[in-house]
Design a protein. Structure first.
Length: 119
């Protein structure tokens, strides 16, 4: 669809250029000036229509913006979910490590206590 709109816009630009060239020639001759000026205005309007055909439609821009916002929301949700999982695993790992360390310290302190007291 975009290619067809672009081709239509290019065709309108060529038509507008030819129309404005004819209008300029008509404006040079004083007798045909009343015909040349309105023809020149029509050529300018055709240029504007051609530019509008090259630009995306407002509906397409709105849909692209909504899609980008939706994708960004999904990405934020995914990141938030991943961070939660990472935090959960980190706390589990920290808990395991702390427990292991506590067991090692406990064994060492028992050994130390038994060597001091002689039991």
């Amino acid at each position: 669809m975009r290619i067809l709109r672009g081709a239509g816009g290019a065709g309108l630009w060529i038509l507008a250029t030819l129309l404005m060239l004819v209008a300029l020639i008509l404006c040079v001759t004083i007798l045909l000036l009343p015909i040349g000026i309105p023809l020149f205005a029509v050529g300018l309007r055709l240029y504007m229509r051609g530019v509008k055909l090259f630009l995306p439609r407002p509906k397409d821009v709105r849909q692209a913006g909504e899609k980008a916002a939706k994708d960004l929301g999904k990405q934020v949700h995914r990141t938030k979910k991943d961070m939660g999982k990472r935090a959960h695993h980190t706390t589990k790992d920290v808990g395991k490590r702390a427990h292991r360390t506590q067991k090692k310290v406990g064994k060492g302190s028992r050994r130390l206590w038994s060597s001091v007291t002689g039991h």
